[in-house]
Design a binder for this molecule. Structure first.
Ligand code: DSN
Length: 448
């Protein structure tokens, strides 16, 4: 037992794909802000026999026998999360971030009630009421926006809340580079009697590590995924705060019932164990250093990009990511930058920017994050170098355009794809990326 030997001979197709993915992660700079590298100790429990068990229900109240070890694991995960985030109640069973957010709706809102969240193209998340998510269909979604300078428009939030009397207001986003104004958002929510729910999926590790203000004194509920800055497995948690219990003493019970039996069946116990390990890691002093370095790196990267003439939304960052506005070169340029960067091994995602002039599929920016490369041990000097590499690559795509209609766009993207593969600068930067990655080994000693 153990190792990959049997998988290699039994299922070479899957073995090879997993092996190639390990190589890809080692030889590229992973800069999607929502990704990270979980430690081997976090990864291990995921591939164990814990995956075999059914545990519907909660600790001490399961619908299946044989759950004594699962109860112990879930209790440990809950206790660690309660301590780390300083909250009285935690549910560690949501399968991932979207199901966690759906559970919050299920606990608090009836279909048709008003909810508010940061607009998707202003950096918000699909599950905060965007029109193509069921959350935009089942509830009356009143989105709020960022101002032209990229900061959340609190005056608009207040005006919309007073006019529409939402049941729930989300604070938290997928592409927001400044500290979230938890206190101001709480004042608005309290004024109109709404629940304030902080979705800290992106910044959970920064909050745990003391590098971002905690929402716990301001929000009634906090949701998070566990695999982003928190560096755990793919999973999620819902936390109920003291403030939440003061507003509604049954809130913890409502959340638990919404997760199970409301929305889910058996929890993924292998994930719960891995979450527990990640929470242990996040409570160590080294994790505080990690969280602080993520932000230092993000700031250093931003300064390096600015020196290369690139424009950052809000002019900088307070957290783990920067958002580059490429409109100086035309609208919808994100696709060219993302694909050229992919070729050199700098993995980012194209993203909308405030007042997006194009569309979510052909947006005008790129989002670049430092959580994963900081886990590899990179610091400010490497950020300076990466900023220059990104500057060099973006220089190569400036003269393409997405055209004025679909036909022109297809022709231009095809021309770009033909040309970029043989671009000498792109090839040169690819070599630099490989060299940089080789100095910061990933999953050392793991061979397949
Ligand atoms: N919106 C995804 C991201 O930030 O990458 C997470 O759901």
């Amino acid at each position: 037992m153990g190792g990959f030997k049997t998988l290699k001979s039994k299922d070479p197709e899957i073995f090879n794909a997993i092996n190639k993915e390990l190589r890809r992660q080692r030889e590229t700079l992973e800069m999607i802000p929502s990704e990270n590298f979980a430690s081997w100790d976090v990864i291990l429990p995921l591939g164990t026999w814990l995956t075999n068990k059914y545990s519907e229900g909660y600790s001490g109240k399961r619908y299946y026998g044989g759950n004594e070890n699962i109860d112990a694991i879930e209790n440990i995960a809950i206790e660690r999360a309660r301590k780390l985030f300083n909250v009285p109640h935690v549910n560690v069973q949501p399968y991932s971030g979207s199901p966690a957010n759906f559970a919050v709706y299920a606990a608090l809102c009836k279909p048709g009630e008003v909810i508010m969240g940061q607009n998707l193209t202003d950096g918000g998340h699909l599950t905060h009421g965007w029109k193509t998510s069921v959350t935009g269909e089942f509830f009356r979604s009143v989105p709020y926006h960022v101002k032209p300078d990229g900061y959340i428009d609190i005056d608009e939030v207040r005006r919309l809340a007073v006019e529409n009397r939402p049941k729930l207001i989300w604070v938290g986003a997928s592409a927001y580079v400044r500290e979230f104004p938890f206190e101001e958002m709480a004042k608005v929510a309290d004024e109109v009697g709404a629940y304030l729910v902080a979705d800290i999926a992106h910044i959970a590790g920064l909050v745990a590590g003391g590098a971002h203000k905690s929402p716990v004194d301001y929000a009634h509920i906090v949701t998070t995924t566990t695999h982003k800055t928190l560096r755990g497995p793919r999973g999620a948690m819902i936390m109920v705060t003291e403030k939440g219990l003061r507003k509604d003493p049954d809130l913890a019970d409502k959340i638990d019932k919404a997760v199970f039996p409301g929305l889910q069946g058996g929890p993924h116990d292998n994930t719960t164990a891995a979450i527990a390990v990640a929470l242990l890691e996040a409570s160590q002093p080294q994790f505080r250093e990690y969280a602080a370095q993520v932000v230092k790196n993000s700031r250093a990267l931003g300064e390096s990009l600015k020196r290369r003439g690139l424009h950052l939304v809000t002019g900088g960052t307070d957290n783990h990511m920067v958002l580059v506005d490429l409109t100086a070169y035309g609208k919808g340029m994100g696709i060219f930058a993302q694909e050229a960067l992919d070729l050199v091994g700098i993995v980012v995602n194209r993203n909308t920017i405030p007042a997006e002039p194009s569309s979510p599929f052909y947006p005008s920016g790129i989002r670049i994050g430092t959580p994963a490369i900081t886990t590899r041990g990179m610091k400010e000097p490497e950020m300076e170098a990466i900023g220059n590499m990104i500057g060099d690559v973006v220089d190569q795509v400036k003269d393409y355009s997405i055209g004025k209609d679909r036909e022109e766009r297809t022709a231009e993207i095809n021309r770009f794809r033909r040309e970029v593969v043989s671009n000498a600068k792109v090839q040169e930067v690819r070599t630099q990326v490989i060299e940089l990655c080789s100095r910061f080994p990933l999953y050392e000693g793991i061979e397949m």
